[in-house]
Design a binder for this molecule. Structure first.
Ligand code: F6P
Length: 331
């Protein structure tokens, strides 16, 4: 494909919930762009900073020493103003004033919905890099931050299991995932949970009841129930309350892991994926593959057009639940 000659200055920013590995992605985008003789600007505080003209010039040294840090040094935001045409127009004018020819956005589905709306109205191309601990993006097997968050959950639950075993208690662990169960699903498998509750399916209460009545006898066993925060049962607290009411003899505890899952030094996998995707984003811009999200499918880089269908078309690995059920049915 013919390389675009009209791109000489790009901007990069992080948007939505932060995710470990975002810094590594900004570093890769910046360094790849500079390697192609492009100039680079960072935009602080996501779309809100774009609207408020918060741009900083980035050189190679500005992104050194950040790869191993969690969070995002550019900071992030969820901008209500960018959801309006007026907000996007202000953002466009600021990009134009900085002579930005292409933009790389690192974030989740809300960030790409913003990019889609913008690119339908204005003629500055965008490329997206999926960065969210939820791993819930359509068209990619992997999102930056997921692997780190998963390991954070596993480390925490391993500690909880020590005390759960000592007391023969059932712990309800709530992990992030307002609309998606990918984190809970893998965390459930990795921690040997008895049951996992996720927003995508509904019949886990039966499964839990089976465990409580058949397998959990006289506190000889403890148990972990993994709950995605967005599960239709209403989260770990509500579920635990219900169980406690129906089974007053069972010793129940709840741990909501919360934002600890969003922080921490990114895992090697997240750093590598962020670097691959950052380089691929600049390649895409230069090769006129624009208004797409960079994804990873079967370990290969793919380009997924921004679309409003991303939420409805999300894939979900139901096999993992079947595996969990099989493993637990041995009791
Ligand atoms: O989108 C990622 C996510 O971690 C969700 O799983 C979670 O519900 C949400 O962000 C919470 O974000 P915040 O506290 O920033 O509103």
């Amino acid at each position: 494909m013919k390389q675009r000659k009209d791109i000489s200055r790009i901007a990069v920013f992080t948007s939505g919930g932060d995710a470990p590995g975002m810094n590594a992605a900004v570093r890769a985008v910046t360094r790849a762009a500079l390697a192609h003789q492009l100039e680079v600007y960072g935009i602080k505080r996501g779309y809100q900073g774009m609207i408020e003209n918060d741009f900083v010039k980035l050189e190679a040294g500005d992104v050194s020493g950040i790869m191993h840090l969690g969070g995002t040094f550019l900071q992030t935001a969820r901008s209500k103003e960018f959801r309006t045409h007026e907000g996007r127009k202000k953002a466009f004018e600021n990009l134009k004033n900085h002579q930005i020819d292409g933009v790389v956005v690192i974030g989740g589905d809300g960030s790409f919905a913003g990019a889609l709306a913008f690119t339908q109205e204005f003629d500055i191309p965008f490329v997206g890099i999926p960065g969210t601990i939820d791993n819930d993006m359509y068209g990619t097997d992997y999102t930056i931050g997921y692997d780190t968050a998963l390991n954070t959950v596993v480390e925490a639950v391993d500690k909880i299991k020590d005390t759960a075993n000592s007391h023969g208690r059932i712990f309800f662990i709530e992990v992030m995932g307002r609309e998606a169960g990918a984190l809970a699903l893998k965390a459930g498998l990795a921690c040997g949970a008895e049951v996992t509750f996720i927003p995508e399916i509904q019949n886990e209460e039966e499964e839990l009841e089976k465990f409580l009545t058949k397998d959990y006898k006289n506190k000889q066993r403890s148990g972990i129930v993994m709950v995605a925060e967005g599960d239709r049962a209403g989260g770990a607290l509500k579920l635990a309350e219900k169980v406690q009411k129906n089974h007053p003899e069972i010793d129940v505890r709840v741990t909501i892991l919360g934002h600890i899952q969003r922080g921490g030094s990114p895992s090697a996998n997240d750093r590598v994926a962020a670097t691959q995707m950052g380089v691929a984003a600049i390649d895409a811009l230069l090769n006129n593959q624009i208004n797409v999200m960079i994804g990873m499918k079967n370990n290969k880089i793919v380009h997924v057009p921004f679309s409003n269908e991303v939420k409805t078309n999300r894939e979900f690995n139901a096999d993992l639940l079947k595996i969990q059920q099989l493993i637990n049915s041995a009791y």
